[in-house]
Design a protein around this ligand. Structure first.
Ligand code: AP5
Ligand code: MG
Length: 191
């Protein structure tokens, strides 16, 4: 298996680039944000629990997210590999992921982190908010909350993978094609 993490702050282009990466390399896209939004749309108990956290720009509790990832793995036993988008977002999630992958006798090949300035991120998110229907995009206060959660809870995840020598920074500004090209270069060295 070949497993990658696409890392970066809200609006850095994880979802956009994921679509291209899974298409080119035949990986399964695992976006915890998308899975949670599906649960909300279907009004499942998990979705109802998650909605308040997401609307306020806070993280959904680790055990909820880890359980969701675990059952997603069960549904994709034949996967060639996974592309993780928006997960892991806390050190506890990263440790849980290491254990889950260990059970599958596999591991993370690399963490590709999209580097984008905060000014550009806010511009992108407010712009998307006009059409996405995502409640966490329309309000600048909620966007700022998502950034502070990213700094406090998610950035430490980078250290977890730096220690394992798996962390790589990629310039996340420029055209979507240019960024995809930089990502492919790094993947091709490792796959
Ligand atoms: P999640 O859905 O993961 O959102 P996020 O990380 O906040 O990031 P976004 O999806 O907003 O941005 P993105 O990096 O995917 O960028 P995109 O490609 O869309 O999480 C949402 C919420 O769910 C969290 O706040 C939390 O509550 C909960 N959650 C999710 N996972 C969780 C977890 N593991 N643990 C706990 N809670 C969790 O691009 C953004 C915009 O920019 C788009 O409009 C796009 O068209 C545009 N764009 C992309 N690339 C470019 C470019 N190169 N130039 C110009 N514009 C661009
Ligand atoms: Mg996304």
């Amino acid at each position: 298996m070949f497993n990658l993490i696409l890392f970066g702050p809200p609006g850095s282009g994880k979802g956009t680039q994921s679509d291209y990466i899974v298409e080119k390399y035949g990986l399964i896209h695992l976006s915890t944000g998308n899975l949670l939004r599906e649960e909300i749309a279907q009004e499942t108990p998990l979705g109802i629990e998650a909605k308040n956290f997401m609307d306020n720009g806070q993280l959904v509790p680790d055990e909820v997210v880890i359980g969701m990832v675990d059952s997603y793995f069960d549904k994709h036993e034949d996967a060639k590999g996974f592309l993780f988008d928006g997960f892991p977002r806390t050190v506890a999630q990263a440790e849980a992921l290491d254990k889950l992958l260990d059970l599958k006798k596999t591991q993370i090949a690399a963490v590709l982190a999209l580097d984008v300035s905060e000014e550009e991120l806010i511009k992108r998110l407010l712009n998307r908010g006009k059409t996405s229907g995502r409640s966490d995009d329309t309000n600048e206060e909620v966007i700022r909350k998502r950034f502070s959660v990213y700094t406090n809870e998610t950035k430490p995840v980078a250290e977890h993978y730096k220690k394992a020598d798996k962390f790589l920074s990629i310039k996340g500004e420029g055209t979507v094609d240019e960024i995809f090209e930089s990502i492919c270069k790094e993947i091709d060295k490792r796959i």
